[in-house]
Design a protein around this ligand. Structure first.
Ligand code: SF4
Ligand SMILES: [Zn+2]
Ligand SMILES: [Zn+2]
Length: 317
């Protein structure tokens, strides 16, 4: 196999593009794919201040690396979830990366700043661990971005992630989630704009980029991930991709082009009645927002005492 650009020996083959690249041109290809996603989906302007959510894994650190190299003004944010050694190691990976590239990293600790960690909080609230984690991340990262005056919050969701979530949403006809499944969620009152610049790159490509660039990311998955349905959807799509390269791309980008517009709110449809949460002021359709309800349950001393004797439910919500 020869590199598509320089004809030197290739380091990686990208079957869905029917192409192979040497390391240098693969890195350039990844940067171009990110730049193209940002341009094509109007993610943010060249002078935007971008808050990059980093977990210590390959995708988010790769994203930060590419955005910084493309010349964007970036700050990283790491949310400590309190998931034992996994959280300690992931925080160290983010710290090492930021220091090595002289980038600004903000650290938010769920336990000391919000009073609960994910395993105990989920058990106390009697909710699925990943659903508790997802709600906490969405609320807190949005809050950090708003308070910090950032233009946009960027996350490291790649093509495999988005295709698997889409697959799951279609299997269950989760119409509300399908309406939100876009690479850009525009800013609204109380919500910063959220973007996913890695949608044109598969997981295997973000991993290869991270290795080629010498990014010291944590390889271990979160221990709470075991058995979640998202992983099974990923495995199914991987099998389809193996025999039919381009399946994930066709599913996801086909949906964006042909499916997503059908889930937009219809003209004349009443918008939901949104008002400020009576506790935190965030926009909500109830009196108290979902995060404040979760936090109340997750920090309730009696519930926590029971939870500590039982342990968490390991299921993605
Ligand atoms: S696997 Fe679940 S608990 Fe772990 S980081 Fe992901 S969403 Fe959070
Ligand atoms: Zn080359
Ligand atoms: Zn609230």
């Amino acid at each position: 196999m020869r590199c598509r650009v320089c004809r030197e020996r290739a380091a990686i083959e990208v079957r869905r593009h029917n192409a192979a690249f040497c390391s240098e041109h693969f890195i350039a290809h990844c940067r171009e794919q990110v730049a193209r996603a940002i341009r094509k989906h109007w993610m943010f302007r060249p002078d935007a201040h971008v808050l990059v959510a980093v977990s210590g894994g390959k995708d988010s650190l790769m994203l930060w690396d590419v955005l910084a190299d493309l010349g964007y003004n970036t700050t990283g944010v790491y949310l400590g979830l309190g998931i034992g050694a996994y959280s300690d190691e992931s925080r160290e990976a983010c710290d090492r990366f930021a220091q090595g590239r002289d980038l600004d990293l903000r650290i938010v600790d769920l336990g000391s700043e919000y009073g609960y960690d994910i395993p105990t909080g989920a058990a106390a609230a009697r909710r699925a661990t990943c659903a508790t984690c997802g709600l906490s991340k969405r609320y807190i990262l949005n809050d950090v971005a708003l308070r910090g005056g950032f233009d946009v919050l960027a996350t490291g969701h790649n093509l495999d992630d988005e295709a698997a979530v889409l697959f799951g949403n279609l299997v269950h006809w989760n119409v509300e989630a399908l309406a939100r499944q876009k690479p850009v969620l525009p800013a609204a009152a109380g919500f910063v704009s959220k973007v996913k610049p890695l949608i044109r790159l598969a997981e295997r490509e973000t991993a290869a980029y991270a290795v080629m660039r010498g990014i010291d990311y944590i390889v271990e998955e979160c221990p709470m991930v075991a058995g979640n349905t998202g992983l099974r959807y990923k495995e199914t799509l991987n099998e389809m991709e193996r025999t039919s390269p381009g399946t994930k791309h066709q599913l996801y980008f086909g949906f964006l082009e042909h499916g997503a517009p059908r889930f937009e709110p219809r003209e004349g449809e009443d918008p939901p009645d949104v008002h400020p949460c009576t506790r935190c002021g965030a926009p909500t359709t109830s009196d108290v927002c979902a995060f404040c309800r979760l936090r109340e349950q997750a920090t309730d001393p009696e519930r926590v005492a029971v939870a500590l004797t039982r342990g968490p439910k390991r299921r993605r919500g």
